[in-house]
Design a protein around this ligand. Structure first.
Ligand code: 5RP
Length: 235
């Protein structure tokens, strides 16, 4: 296992310390939280952990089924106790860019239903200012070039439709993803989010503001639990 993969594994597994019997757990998407899902499956099988999960993507649903995590519909839950998910970037205010894996809409719906959000990340994801990672924005397929033009005008940067070969990437919800190459300029993500959401054709944006309570950060020197001082406390 290479260095980065090892860090992802350390973060993903360490986050499971927040999961206890009886919890309803949002299961994020990506190569870091994959290790969380596998570890939760192991604890269910080997330690009798009793939880139910809500996956944030079809890929995570498949993995959760494979490792034996019982799944429930979010609609049938009054709330979730916790969601554990990855991030593409997080800043010093614990605001996030997500959507590198094109799952941002379901991830945000699950996060907003959760009493707490734990992010698993390696040290490459920690930034002073968001935006070096292209900001993912889920948009409708209908006249998507027009939506991209609106986004380009608002953000004043290059905005591409994410492609897979010759075709746009299609999300689990049947939409497309626009990636906005803003550069590390997003100093006011809280103000920016509603302006992006106001564009017709935008379904959701990968800015997760004021949602993350804890980051489990894996570094070469060890795993650090970073608690958001303005977040909801996890005991
Ligand atoms: C998917 C996401 C992922 O959580 C994010 O892209 C981080 O993934 P990884 O752990 O593979 O770097 O937002 O939509």
């Amino acid at each position: 296992m290479d260095r980065v993969e090892l860090l992802k594994q350390q973060a993903g597994v360490d986050a499971c310390k927040f999961v206890t019997n009886g919890m309803k757990v949002g299961l994020g998407t990506g190569s870091t939280v994959r290790y969380t899902v596998m570890e939760l499956g192991r604890r269910i099988a080997e330690e009798g952990l009793e939880i139910v999960g809500v996956p944030t993507s079809l890929a995570t649903e498949q993995l959760a089924n494979k490792v034996g995590i019982p799944l429930v519909e979010l609609s049938d839950c009054s709330h979730l106790d916790i969601v554990i998910d990855g991030a593409d970037e997080f800043d010093e205010n614990f605001n996030l860019i997500k959507g590198g894996g094109a799952a941002l809409l379901r991830e945000k719906i699950v996060a907003q239903e959760s009493n707490s959000m734990v992010v698993v990340a390696d040290e490459r994801k920690m930034v002073k200012t968001l935006g070096a990672f292209p900001l993912p924005i889920e948009i409708t397929p209908f006249s998507y070039q027009a939506t991209i033009r609106q986004l380009t005008k608002l953000l004043d940067c290059r905005v591409n439709c994410r492609m897979s070969g010759d075709n746009p990437v299609v999300t689990d919800n049947g939409n497309y993803i626009a990636d906005a190459h803003c550069g590390p300029t997003l100093t006011e993500p809280v103000e920016l989010e509603p302006r992006i959401l106001a564009i017709a054709g935008v379904v959701q944006v990968g800015l997760f503001n004021n949602m993350c309570d804890v980051v489990i950060l894996a570094k070469d020197s060890g795993v650090e639990t970073m608690v958001n001082p303005n977040g909801r406390l996890i005991t």
